[in-house]
Design a protein around this ligand. Structure first.
Ligand code: KG4
Ligand code: ZN
Length: 332
């Protein structure tokens, strides 16, 4: 029976229809409006979600050839994320579910990034370790069951994607900066500038990206406007390499410490080519299995929320009417 999943935790308005782990449709409408501000403006995001949720849900249902009367349950991201943006998705989900007395499945966004790995056609099974690197989070997740994960390490300051977006902005690229920084870096020499790989001597599994960002600020200051203009590609390449090195070194450490048999990635930064290549090399070296979810399932989407919902307890009508979204914490 089909499940409708809705995701509005940040600046992408997403809806998907799933039949078990099978994706029947997965629609993402990205809000380009934030580009002019160099980052997501929460109130602007909420207002755009208000306009976009209905047409995005309609597109997902048309593409899947599913009517509202066919739906079995509604899954929705309950957090973490921007509270106003989350409330639009949650209220929409309640408005569709309640009149039909359908169950509602409030889902954790980060569990969604892990659960993208459970989707057809190549689902994986726990146990595995999953590096989640997105605009809001950087987490090493130990996944021993479908229904949740253990945080083994996380960033102490900026998320990897947040640092990448800020670096991209310093180099005159638009928002979100990840794909543009990756393209620029491909033309540069990563060894032209040295950037610190933070936490490399720290024996733990936590990350830190704010020092790297500051290092780029200082480099740009030293070079001056013209110097930065001439060295943009080299700066992007060096910065990207330092981010990838830190992510991969912590992943290596947790694999060597715990002996995980299988490695997976999640979150928008997992779409990064050099990161995917470095993780592939690491897994080859250690003879480990690796699951690389397709790019469109790395960045925010609703299919991953539907996948997490398959392993999350549903709330029955009318118990969910008072259920609230959460901006931070409450990980499953
Ligand atoms: O998971 P996601 O779509 O949204 C959040 O939950 O935050 O991740 C978005 C982040 C942004 O910071 C974006 O710049 C980054 O993922 N990103 C990338 C790439 N594609 C997206 N970072 C590096 N390389 C990419 N190709
Ligand atoms: Zn995300």
């Amino acid at each position: 029976m089909p499940l409708l999943a809705i995701e509005t935790s940040c600046d992408d308005t997403c809806a998907a229809i799933l039949d078990g782990p099978e994706i029947l449709s997965n629609i993402v409408s990205s809000q380009d409006v934030h580009d002019q501000y160099g980052g997501v403006v929460p109130e602007v995001a909420s207002r755009h979600h208000l306009e976009l949720t209905a047409p995005v849900i309609a597109s997902a249902m048309i593409e899947a050839d599913v009517g509202v009367e066919d739906l079995d349950a509604i899954a929705v991201t309950a957090g973490p994320g921007l509270i106003g943006a989350l409330l639009v998705g949650l209220s929409t989900a309640k408005a569709i579910a309640a009149p039909r007395e359908l169950p509602l499945i409030p889902t954790d966004h980060l569990h969604g990034h892990v659960a993208a790995n459970f989707l057809a056609p190549d689902p994986i099974e726990p146990p595995f370790v999953c590096l989640i690197a997105s605009g809001g989070h950087t987490i090493l997740a130990g996944v021993r069951e479908y229904g949740g994960f253990e945080v083994l390490g996380e960033t102490l300051d900026d998320a990897a994607g947040e640092a990448i977006d800020k670096a991209a902005r310093m180099l005159g690229l638009g928002y979100p900066g990840g794909p543009a920084l990756e393209r620029l870096a491909a033309e540069g020499d990563p060894d032209a500038f040295t950037f610190p790989v933070a936490m490399s001597r720290d024996p733990g599994l936590d990350f830190s990206f704010s020092g790297l960002k500051t290092a780029l600020v200082y480099r740009c200051r030293e070079l001056g406007e013209d110097g930065v203009e001439q060295s943009r590609a080299d700066l992007a390449a060096g910065f990207q390499e330092a981010v990838v090195d830190q992510l991969v070194s912590k992943l290596r450490r947790v694999i060597d410490r715990d002996g995980w048999p299988l490695v997976a990635l999640g979150g928008g930064v997992a779409a990064n080519g050099p990161l995917r290549r470095a993780v592939t090399e690491l897994c080859d070296e250690r003879s480990l299995d690796l699951k690389l979810v397709p790019m469109e399932l790395c960045t925010d989407n609703a299919a991953m929320i539907g996948s997490a919902a398959l392993h999350t307890p549903a709330l029955s009508f009318p118990d969910y009417l008072g259920f609230d979204a959460f901006a931070t914490g409450d990980r499953r």
